[in-house]
Design a binder for this molecule. Sequence first.
Ligand code: ZN
Length: 87
Amino acid sequence: MLIFWVLLALVALRVIFVVGFAYLLIPRGRRCPACGAETVPIRGTGLMRLLPGIDRRWCMECGWSWYRKRPVPQPAAREATPTHTLK
Ligand SMILES: [Zn+2]
């Protein structure tokens, strides 16, 4: 019975490794790799709802469509604030 659990653990580790490696290969961003235009997200169905942080995106310019990680939100640009100096 021990061999069953060892083999099951090895299979589970292999699945985790493959899924993690595939996640690392998905590029991040909103730009189309083919033409550089802005892409739009496609509403996820089925399995895609289980993958947080990944969207299927579609380019309206050239029709490219594939999975991309959601871009990291950029911090708002700093506004010009007056500096206070101690005298
Ligand atoms: Zn494109």
